[in-house]
Design a protein around this ligand. Sequence first.
Ligand SMILES: *Cc1c(COP(=O)(O)O)cnc(C)c1O
Length: 386
Amino acid sequence: MCRNKFIPLSVPNLKGNELAYVTEAVKTEWVSTAGPFIADFEHQIAEYVKVPGAAACQSGTAGLHLSLMALGVKAGDEVIVPTLTFIAAVNPIRYIGAEPIFMDCDDSLTMDAGKLKKFCENECEFRGETLFNKKTGKRVSAVIVVHIFGNLADMEQIISIAEMYHLKVLEDATEALGSYYLEGTYSGNYAGTIGTMGVYSFNGNKIITTGGGGMIVSQNPDLAERCRFLSTQAKKDSLYFVHEEVGFNYRMTNLQAAFGLAQLEQLEDFIKVKQKNYERYICQGVALLPFKENIRSNAWFYSYATKNRDGLIRFLDKHQVQSRPVWQLIHTLKPYRGCQAYQVEKAYQYYECIVNLPCSSNLSETDVDRVAELVKKFEKSDIGCL
Ligand SMILES: *Cc1c(COP(=O)(O)O)cnc(C)c1O
């Protein structure tokens, strides 16, 4: 058997000005949390997604943590979050001493807006202007919406529910930089810019990377500014080091921002490749799960539903192709087992059957064809029953 080259699931694509800009940062000796690339990167992201304010930070996780604080979520509150997501969307709730309430997904894999509404309607009550969970007696203060794999949640419904029930909306857009609506109330609006706040991630597997990093955006520039303040140790006076509250060391470095600027220049090209490869899988007979019709998706991750998830993953692995199941549902994981999970059904079904297939923006057409052939071979054979 001839040895095929290894095809990874999702890896960085660094063929632009990354080295040139990072070199400039090194040559000018601005490598830490000050330096011109940081503000530049913030402005360019803000301009790209059309918001007035952005704050660059160390990771998407840090961005979510700061955003929850800026939104006024307090220890003892409850925050509604999907169970089908990466755990980094949930952990920041605990960082501030609040508790998650887990929601089901719909067929887009994002939060089921119908169930969100039912939960607020049936399980919660207003005391004055504030929503409380009848069962726990705790204040329900926010909902975190995750745009899974670059698909977009139903923000039209979610925002109207959130307004009705006085919930703050934080968009975890870490997987969806570049996705936007083509129709409806939010036509032309980017993932992350519709809720009260939004967060992007530049981790190594995301659509653009800074090695590690994140960006907080908001239509309200004061909220982004508040996060920037908290991310720099809540320093009130830079000469005399006056701090009136507990801050964090979460600021992005100039090195990361230099890297990010080079990546951002290529974002639209990456999206084109990802969309083209997505279509190619389908043309080759691999029925990937769809992105919504009414959006321009960044096509970040490809999902394939199969009857024998683990068999397919093992088969691909044997042929030098990396794939993976979707995340374990968060409400079934040890740190979150005791938490409330509301009518979770669909998430179990998708958890059982989804395999993510290689989707890097440097994946060639030949790579796609090879993976597609393997998937078809697996599905046609009896390998699945072994
Ligand atoms: C990647 C990711 C994050 C966290 O981003 P980091 O930059 O790795 O901290 C949060 N939520 C989701 C859904 C993610 O996929």
